[in-house]
Design a protein around this ligand. Structure first.
Ligand code: SF4
Length: 463
């Protein structure tokens, strides 16, 4: 769970990077960083916290450049502290190299140990560092790949580094005069290209192009490696085609509804989830209430199919950051109360159907149900626009451990009792799969327990 952004060929690449990464803030709130090159040197700033609060005008003055990369972090591997903030910058044989990465490497511990055995010093506890540290460890010339003469210095090293890692990566390397962009062959995480006149942009989601009034060009394809420099763009496919594994959770929850990823508009897919939930459901209610913000789009789909009013029965407080004071045991409900406030005007005396995108631990749903009842709801029916979450993610989404997932410990009736709802219905796995064009190209392991890549030391059921 991270957001990445890249800019090439702009008078003020650092400013574009600032706005682009701001539009991806929902993908990570722990830290932000921007590295830029003026084609003479690569400079970097990294700060803990949110983009707008952390990066000041003078910070951007210090990283002026014609090309830039940026990152917002939500840690899934390594220490969540500022030390692992990205971009990670290192001096290597190719000069200064900075990298930003979204994803998670399943063989990180093995490669880290291998590099340490070889005497390579690693400064961070995040898997992203490997992408740079491996550059100086070897070269790979894949069969059938015709390298442009300009790429013979950097690319064999990049191909070697990418051939060593297993897992999910959408990443951008920034060198002094060029940029290398790559997406893993299974395509777990999204990565898109945009254009604004002569400036080339890369982003985790298309919503980052909108803020710059830039045009969405195309997706970086799974397994594609792109080199961008003043001579143009060159595309390579160094690895054999693998089964795709686009993360379906990006469509359920993580990406913004106005984004285009994996060949679809998130809004349309998410709305379809709500429509299918309605088609599968027979409960009689007076009003549909979304859990904001992620329940909103499926709730629209649900309400439209049923011909029911959609009302804002829960109002979200948008000023709650991630870093508020942890509540004491007595005030354990305060987190949810700080985030949502029930709206009595639409709840009192009503049979309420409340929709959320997913149900993971069950603790938030329990608090929401009791909040709705306290505000006068006569009945509370909980609907979840995705199937029960039964498996953790090893590919870059921060889900809890298997033991913490409520659907692993309880059946649906027990979960209903636990959250205190009058009824509980999830979207079926079959229906979730039917919301995308080619379900066989998706990873849905957290809902199906069928994993696309094995993880050392874990007995996983594979595709
Ligand atoms: S396990 Fe779930 S969250 Fe992780 S990549 Fe697969 S679908 Fe996405």
């Amino acid at each position: 769970m991270c957001g990445i952004f890249g800019v090439f060929n702009s008078e003020h690449a650092e400013k574009y990077a600032f706005y682009g990464i701001y539009a991806l803030q929902h993908r990570g709130q722990e830290s932000v960083g921007i590295a830029a090159s003026d084609f003479e040197r690569v400079r970097c700033i990294k700060k803990p916290g949110l983009v707008l609060e952390s990066i000041k005008g003078e910070d951007l003055q210090n990283v002026r450049g014609y090309s830039a990369i940026a990152h917002v972090r939500y840690s899934t591997a390594g220490d969540p502290g500022a030390v692992n903030a990205q971009p990670i910058v290192k001096e290597i044989s190719l000069g200064t190299c900075a990298v930003v990465h979204n994803g998670n490497l399943v063989n990180y511990p093995q490669i880290r140990a291998e590099l340490q055995r070889e005497g390579v010093s690693l400064e961070y506890s995040s898997d992203t560092e490997l992408f740079i540290s491996l550059l100086d460890r070897g070269e790979l010339y894949p069969k059938g790949v015709d390298l442009h003469p300009l790429d013979r210095g950097i690319l064999p090293k990049v191909f070697y580094a990418l051939s060593k890692v297993r897992g999910a990566y959408s990443l951008i390397y920034l060198f002094r005069e060029s940029m290398v962009v790559a997406r893993d062959p299974m395509g777990f995480r999204p990565l898109l290209m945009g254009r604004l006149r002569d400036t080339l942009l890369f982003a985790s989601e298309s919503c980052a192009f909108d803020i710059l009034s830039a045009e969405l060009w195309r997706e970086v394809k799974p397994g594609e490696v792109l080199v961008v420099d003043k001579h143009g763009i060159r595309s390579y496919f160094p690895f054999t085609h693998e089964r795709r594994a686009f993360c379906i959770f990006e469509l359920v929850y993580f990406s913004k509804p106005e984004s285009f990823i994996f060949g679809s508009w998130v809004y349309n897919v998410r709305k379809r989830m709500g429509e299918l939930l309605a088609i599968e459901d027979s409960v009689e209610v007076d009003v549909v209430v979304p859990v904001p913000d992620s329940g909103l789009v499926p709730a629209i789909g649900y309400a439209q199919v049923k011909g029911l009013p959609l009302e804002l029965g829960l109002i979200r407080n948008h000023y709650v950051g991630r870093s508020f004071i942890q509540p004491t045991q007595e005030l354990r409900d305060i987190k949810v109360l700080m985030k949502f406030n029930p709206n009595r005007a639409v709840l009192e005396g009503k049979r309420v159907l409340v929709i959320d995108d997913s149900l993971v631990r069950g603790t938030t749903s329990k608090k929401i149900v009791s909040m709705l009842r306290r505000a006068g709801a006569r009945e509370v029916h909980m609907r979840i626009a995705s199937p029960p979450v039964i498996g953790p993610c090893y590919y870059g989404i921060d889900t809890p451990t298997r033991e913490e997932l409520i659907a692993n410990r309880m059946d649906i009736e027990d979960i209903r009792k636990f959250i205190g709802a009058d009824s509980l219905v999830y979207l079926s796995l079959e229906s979730l799969r039917s919301t995308v064009e080619s379900p066989q190209e998706y990873c849905d392991a957290c809902f199906s327990n069928c994993y696309p890549i094995s993880v050392e030391g874990r007995a996983l059921r594979m595709f």
